[in-house]
Structure formats: C-alpha cells, structure tokens
Design a binder for this molecule. Structure first.
Ligand code: APR
Length: 240
C-alpha cells in the first residue's frame, strides 16, 4: 500500500496537500477536538472560537488564545512538516500546501508559501473596521488590547466558526485541487467546510485522493487509499 502511494507521489505532476490539526499532534499541539487540559478543560473550543463568544467574553477568549499561542511558541515542526517542506524544496512548483492549522509550523519548517485557510494565531487584527484613531503604535495593552481613543478591540487573526475564509487563499486552494493529479489529505477530521470540500473537488476533477489519518473520516469515501498511520511516522518515507 505504501509502495503504491510512493509511486503515485513520484509520478504526480502536481500534488495538493491539505492538512489539519492531526498534522501538528506529534509536535505536541492538541487537536481541536481533543479534550483540553488544566484551566481550560471546562470550555468547548467550538464555543470559544466564535465572534459571538469573543463579544460576550472578550477576556476569556483572548486569554484562551494567549494560552494556545504560548503553547505553540514552545513546540517545533515534526518529521512530517519537515518531509513536506523538503519535498517542496526539491521539487519547486510541484506541491501546493493548504493548511487549516493556525500554528505556523509548516511555515517554520520551510513551506513559507503555505495557504493558511484559517489564518495565523501569531497575528492580531481589529474587531471593528478601524477608524483613523486605531493606530498600531498607540494600542493599549490589555486582555484584549484596545484602541485608547475609540475602544476598538484587537482580536486573534484566525478564522472563527461561521466566518468567511480569506478569499485569495481559498481561490488558490480551489485552483490547486482542481488541477492536481494527486491530493494528500493529512490529519483532518474532514468535518469543517469549506476546507473539507476541497477533497471532493479534487476527486471530481479526476485526481487520486490519499488520506493519512489513524482514524476513519467522512472523506474516506473519495479516497483511493487510506493510510491509517500518524503523519510524522509515515510522511518521511512517503515523501523521500
Ligand atoms: N496524524 C494524522 N492524523 C491525526 C494524528 C496524527 N498524528 N492525530 C490525530 N489525527 C487526526 C484525528 O484522527 C482527527 O481526524 O487528526 C484529526 C484532527 O481533527 P480536528 O481536531 O477536528 O482538526 P481539523 O480537522 O484540523 O479541524 C478543522 O476546525 O476547529 C476548527 O478551525 C479549526 O482548523 C480547525 C478546523
């Protein structure tokens, strides 16, 4: 099974890769649907990662992201991230990396042009459209930081449930999956759209789809192979 997929990778003209939280699991970043630990155990991430949650409890949601940022700053790309980055370096223009992860680990491994569909946790932006008074150099520290003049709040630069994805990244991802001949879907539960729909687009456009995930997912129906293994274990030998 692995030899077959290795052959497809070798032969493919263009490979699209979609990654999710499972890609970073072996770096020590808990997946979104894993239970949370410590102080945050009683909160459901799906109830923190929304605009409504932020507006209702700005300090709680800000502090939760601060906690995730600190955790991510302490971890490093794993062998799976490194294998994808090394492949892209060896084969310029042959691989498009699309990620739902906001942790920046693909970029740190060397995939600086990864399409970050859900944004980047290291960045902030204004909650409301900024007025002239909302200037980067006058932001008042706090949980969350704010404009001292109008009170506009800073919010994490990630895409929350119910929000639109960045249009340019989504269009580039759709183009890549409609024109690839092989798509690798790695470490995603396949439950969050529009990202999950990219696997169906690739399949309908005639590409082979390979899923790498220890657990079954709703995307398995379009997969020609499902490799039930952790990403950091199987990617180094697949992409070599
Ligand atoms: N290797 C590969 N897959 C793994 C590994 C691993 N080592 N460990 C776990 N997985 C798989 C799980 O089996 C699961 O299918 O990773 C998946 C993680 O699923 P989710 O936590 O739902 O993450 P994801 O699919 O990325 O979530 C999508 O939803 O919560 C929002 O915006 C957030 O980007 C996120 C999106």
């Amino acid at each position: 099974m692995y030899d077959t997929v290795r052959g497809w990778i070798r032969e493919a003209r263009h490979i699209a890769v979609l990654t999710g939280a499972g890609m970073s699991a072996e770096s020590g970043v808990p997946t979104f649907r894993d239970s949370q630990s410590g102080l945050w155990a009683r909160f459901d991430p799906q109830e923190l990662a929304t605009e409504a949650a932020f507006r209702a409890h700005p300090q709680r949601v800000w502090d939760w992201y601060a906690h995730r940022r600190e955790m991510i700053a302490r971890v490093a790309p794993n062998a799976g991230h490194v294998a994808l980055a090394a492949f892209a370096r060896r084969h310029p223009g042959r691989l498009t990396l699309i990620t739902q992860n906001v942790d920046g680990l693909h970029q740190r491994a060397g995939n600086t042009d990864a399409l970050a569909l859900h944004g980047n946790i290291a960045e902030d932006r204004w909650l409301e459209a900024p007025s002239a008074c909302c200037q980067p150099d006058t932001i008042e520290a706090g949980h969350p930081p704010r404009c001292p003049v109008c009170g506009n709040l800073r919010r994490p630069g990630v895409v929350w449930f119910g929000e639109n994805l960045p249009a340019v990244a989504l269009e580039a991802a759709e183009h890549a999956v409609s024109h690839c001949d092989l798509m690798l879907v790695i470490g995603t539960s396949g439950e969050v759209y529009p990202a999950a729909g990219l696997a169906f687009t690739a399949h309908q456009s005639g590409a082979r789809v390979v899923i790498i995930n220890p657990e079954p997912t709703p995307l398995d129906v379009v997969a020609e192979q499902c490799l039930r293994a952790p990403a950091a274990v199987c990617l180094p030998s697949l992409m070599a």
